[in-house]
Design a protein around this ligand. Structure first.
Ligand code: ZN
Length: 394
């Protein structure tokens, strides 16, 4: 029996270039974007292994001046954005300037926020633009063009239109968001992820997996992102295992990079759910890294939505496990087994207390879990239930 389809829109970066070793094409790819590039990078390993230097040489060879900006190794805070914006404004922003981010989600989010604020001067801080906590200012002017080269396979930030910005006092983790903030060019070279430490591979890979599952069952789920999620889930568990144990495994790195990209495209259109809601709160109250928090919460997110979202979850788990199951319930149980075994293999702790969460912090974590991600969860979760969830994990 056919039924009518919902109305929807789909949003994605205008140009995605994917392939092993393709960072060497950066100069040619950005030639038309501008004459001066501000380069924001992540891990210092990128400097040590010569990646940044060869990218700068390539830009120079096509006549583009580059200015090295901050290297950021933590999730970006309000002060990080404001400082870099003020520093770059001093170099007289003109037409022909653009921004390049090379790194994980932190570097990409910092670059997104900076490129937006350099052209939107009607606020005194990024805080004024953040959802839920700021003055409600909107991004009105086109940001500087942004080019991103993700080096971890996880956040999917390369394909989204928001930058997640943290504050620890007061504690919040909120987004700066605009359709205009999506990168102009996404250059994904999976070879860049080879040097990522195993623990980061594990946490970022689990983030991508959580995003693929949560966006697929979100109350804002839509057909095109759901189709992307299905592809992103195929083989992702095996690839994550392989990349964790054997960092230079090319097929595993390629598949993970693609799954992370697809997870970003899905979440930008469909939103997320309870795991991401709580993960943001664990980040600002207890400094639990985003991917690790998502990984620890994923089994719970599946369990609490198992009834409300049974058909969609079963479909997702069937693709993820690569097998057909006798019933939707059996598929969900098999998926949960696969994920809990994976968490053990990746050495990800199960208990919040193991990552420094104190029981006395749980009520504040409940309050900070509210926001855009939790709103996407397939069913409403009360504060009482959120507290129960956290206590059961403590
Ligand atoms: Zn995430």
């Amino acid at each position: 029996m056919l039924s009518s389809l919902p109305a929807y829109e789909f949003f994605a970066p205008p140009r995605i270039v994917f392939g092993w070793g393709r960072r060497s094409e950066l100069g040619n790819l950005v030639r038309g974007l501008g004459r001066r590039a501000f380069l924001i990078s992540g891990s210092r390993t990128l400097d040590q292994n010569g990646v940044i230097e060869s990218l700068l040489d390539d830009l120079k060879s096509v006549g583009i001046d580059s200015i090295r900006c901050a290297a950021i190794t933590h999730e970006p805070e309000v002060s990080d954005v404001d400082q870099l914006v003020n520093q770059l404004r001093a170099s007289s922003i003109t037409d022909g300037d653009f921004v390049i981010a090379v790194g994980g989600g932190s570097a990409i989010d910092l670059a997104k926020a900076v490129s937006a604020l350099l052209t939107n001067t009607h606020g005194s801080s990024v805080l004024d633009f953040l959802e839920g906590v700021g003055k409600g200012l909107k991004i009105e002017q086109q940001p500087l063009p942004l080019v991103v080269l993700p080096t971890t396979s996880g956040t999917g930030s390369e394909a989204t239109k928001n930058a997640v910005i943290s504050s620890y006092s007061p504690p919040f983790k909120k987004s700066l968001r605009s359709d205009m903030m999506v990168p102009k060019l996404v250059l994904i070279d999976p070879e860049l992820s080879v040097s990522v430490p195993a623990a980061v591979t594990a946490a970022t890979g689990m983030d991508a997996l959580t995003q693929l599952i949560e966006s697929n069952i979100s109350c804002r789920a839509k057909p095109i992102p759901q189709a992307l999620c299905q592809r992103g889930l195929e083989g992702v568990v095996a690839a994550l295992r392989r990349a964790f144990h054997q960092p230079d495994d090319r097929p595993a790195r390629e598949l993970l990079a693609q799954s992370a990209l697809l997870s970003g495209m899905a979440l930008a259109n469909s939103g997320l759910g309870v795991a991401h809601g709580i993960a943001a709160a664990l980040g600002v109250h207890c400094r639990v890294p985003h991917g690790l928090a998502c990984a620890m919460l994923l089994p719970t997110a599946i369990r609490v939505n198992a009834e409300a979202s049974q058909v969609e979850l079963a479909r997702v788990m069937t693709v993820m496990t690569g097998r057909n199951w006798a019933s939707p319930r059996a598929a969900i149980e098999a998926g949960l087994d696969t994920i809990t075994n994976l968490l053990d293999e990746l050495k990800i702790p199960r208990r919040l207390s193991a990552v420094g969460v104190q029981s006395s912090q749980l009520p504040a974590i409940v309050q900070s879990s509210h926001g855009n991600s939790l709103d996407g969860n397939p069913r409403k979760i009360s504060d009482v239930e959120l507290l129960e969830i956290l206590e059961s994990l403590q």
